[in-house]
Ligand binder design. Structure first.
Ligand code: URA
Length: 227
């Protein structure tokens, strides 16, 4: 090969090598899957909740979390900040995670049944839930948690339409797409209680969190998400 051609070829190879050495590694599959779902929701107008929302509240936490929490829908603070459970109920959830399981919120994944704030914090309506649920199902499939914890009756009946209310069903383990599910009371409900009644319900939520965590530990993957 003529020297000048060989020099050109070597220059091309050097250039290629410099590109490949700087190329970002491919994202992990769960990260890529979550990013793809979030991108599909960008500017979503699939239901009327889009009319009054400020921000689509997609979900937050470890993309490969062993434990995933599902609430009802964003409140005012979540709508403003674009992150689930950052208001008063979220602060209580953080405290429960710390006190009961010794973990921080960034050790779990947190999402909601609907991703846009229902006006005035009303419950999401059936058609709004039906529109948003497929995205949540795909988030669950991407994260592949070892256990799901449902916060409150809206989350419970969105995934299990035929069950009785949260009062009767909390602490009863079910499965959703092969994943164990522990329903428990919503932290906002706990915030409305006081006195001995409040303590009793808070103790039940603590029991439910421990139960959900048992599924994480049983499958032997707890260590990396512990603080
Ligand atoms: N309540 C919910 O159900 N979800 C949030 O994100 C905040 C409050």
């Amino acid at each position: 090969m003529p020297a000048d051609l060989r020099e050109q070829r070597l220059a091309r190879l050097r250039l290629l090598r410099s590109f490949t050495s700087f190329a970002a590694p491919a994202p992990r599959p769960e990260v890529a899957a979550l990013a793809a779902i979030e991108a599909e929701l960008d500017g979503c107008t699939r239901c009327r909740l889009s009319e009054k929302r400020q921000t689509i509240v997609f979900g937050v936490g470890r993309p490969d979390a062993d434990l995933m929490f599902i609430g009802e829908g964003p409140g005012a603070e979540e709508d403003r900040r674009g992150e689930p459970f950052v208001g008063r109920a979220g602060k209580l959830l953080d405290r429960l995670l710390d006190d009961v399981l010794g973990i921080r919120r960034d050790a779990v994944y947190i999402a909601n049944i609907v991703k846009c704030r229902p006006p005035g914090n009303r419950n999401p309506q059936a058609d709004e839930v039906a529109t948003c649920l497929p995205f949540l199902e795909r988030q669950i499939a991407a994260v592949q948690p070892k256990a799901l914890c449902l916060l409150g009756g809206v989350a419970l009946t969105a995934l299990f339409p035929d069950v009785r209310g949260i009062g009767a069903e909390r602490g009863n383990v079910r499965t959703f797409a092969g994943t164990p599910v522990v329903p428990t009371y919503h932290p906002a409900y706990l915030l409305r209680l006081s006195g001995a009644g409040g303590e009793r319900q808070r103790a039940r939520v603590a029991d439910d969190l421990r139960l959900a965590w048992k599924f994480v530990e049983e499958t032997g993957a707890a260590a990396p998400t512990r603080r």
